[in-house]
Design a binder for this molecule. Structure first.
Ligand code: NAD
Length: 365
């Protein structure tokens, strides 16, 4: 009997939606289109076992619509595990708006997006992500209650980035304690890639503690400003991975941990804000483990922002949100020790913990 082998490419053509790798068990994907405002948006609801899907909306000038779809699916899946590992009763979701946030974002576009979100009846709660700010959330709030990250003046939790930065800093200290035997970062050489909303505040924490910080960004003006403000070194260009540093903090884009960068890395700790840092979760998680690098899983350490916006849906105070964010210090150490004990990558150990929370809740139904 001959066995028929179907190529992945053919399989994808036969199952162009459910067969896509990034589809990964999404419950729902919604496409929104409005000719008048020019809005083209996609919402991905990955998993709602723990609660309604919560996750930001990103406005980005994607090269193709496939890139936008792939991005929203990868990000919404990540939100499922971020909420679960952080102990939040929320599911995972995300939205993308296709376009340039600097030139194409208008209040009318935000309102239309809000109306679309409202039509989902609370299954998905939005918030800010790249290309968005609290002002945009305030506009969306005019047409729907299903939005978080609204300004504090309007009764919301405000900008989530300072909380994200605090969580990354705590995760970095936790990973340093695991790797170097002390959480003290004084004198440690740290490379921060991306000095935007999160990266700059991380630089502030690090320099206040006496770390020797090198910053890297594609925005020349931001490099000059941040370097002057916090007295840091600057490294321009993309050749950053073999720099002589103790800690690498990816705070720009995803997938910076790949075959090439990992083979060059000198840093012994990785902790940063970027989502989906591992180009291939399994392969690159294992490679880092093999190299003895303490990798603080991204979806664990960058959860400070979501913990803060959670205040708008759950009855927790700002103090409790700070406390939960600071606890990332302990959780990071626990996960790194667990990974060592079970001979797993740290990413896998954190993922298993999150998946168990979801499975346990499912079993209660
Ligand atoms: P941001 O847009 O404010 O900052 C990103 C910075 O990275 C910018 O200064 C940009 O110039 C720089 N950058 C872009 N491409 C680069 C490259 N190739 N090399 C070096 N620098 C580059 O974004 P942010 O809000 O600071 O978020 C940073 C990362 O953290 C993003 O991946 C985001 O998805 C993730 N994140 C942010 C939050 C939050 O609360 N803001 C929460 C969770 C995760």
């Amino acid at each position: 009997m001959t066995k028929t082998i179907i190529s992945t490419d053919k399989l994808h053509k036969m199952s162009p939606v459910f067969g896509q790798a990034s589809f990964n068990q999404h419950e729902e994907i919604v496409f929104f289109n409005d000719e008048d405002s020019g809005l083209k948006a996609i919402v991905g609801i990955h998993n709602s076992v723990l609660g309604p899907a919560l996750g930001g909306v990103r406005m980005w000038n994607y090269a193709t619509e496939w890139d936008a779809l792939n991005d929203v699916l990868r990000l919404s899946r990540g939100m499922t595990y971020k909420a679960a590992v952080s102990g939040l009763n929320q599911g995972g979701g995300k939205a993308v708006i296709i376009g340039d946030s600097k030139t194409q974002k208008t209040d009318a576009l935000m309102r239309k997006f809000g109306e679309f979100i409202h039509s989902l009846g609370g299954k998905y709660l939005t918030a800010e992500d790249m290309g968005m700010d609290t002002h945009d959330m305030d506009i969306i709030r005019e047409v729907t209650p299903y939005v978080t990250g609204v300004s504090e003046e309007k009764g919301g939790s405000g900008n989530p980035s300072p909380f994200t930065a605090l969580g990354v800093y705590m995760g970095m200290k936790g990973a340093a304690k695991y790797q170097f035997g002390s959480e003290n970062l004084t004198g440690k050489k740290v490379l921060v890639q991306g000095i935007g909303h999160v990266g700059e505040i991380l630089v502030k924490y690090l320099t206040e503690e006496g770390a020797i910080v090198t910053i890297n960004d594609i925005n020349e003006q931001a490099l000059e400003l941040v370097s002057k403000k916090y007295n840091t070194n600057i490294h321009r260009g993309m050749d950053i991975y073999d720099l002589d540093v103790d800690i690498y903090a990816p705070c720009a884009m995803g997938a910076t941990l790949n075959d090439t960068s990992i083979s060059q890395l000198k840093a012994k700790v990785i902790a940063g804000a970027a989502n989906n840092q591992l180009a291939d979760e399994i392969k690159h998680g294992k490679l880092l483990q093999k190299k003895g690098i303490a990798y603080a899983p991204d979806f664990l350490v960058n959860a400070g922002g979501i913990i803060n916006i959670y205040r708008e849906v759950a009855n927790i105070s700002k103090e409790e949100a700070v406390q939960r964010t600071e606890n990332i210090f302990n959780t990071t150490q626990e996960i790194l020790h667990l990974a060592q004990e079970k001979n797993l990558s740290s990413h896998q150990a954190a993922f298993n913990l999150a998946q168990k929370r979801i499975d346990d809740r499912k079993a209660e139904f």
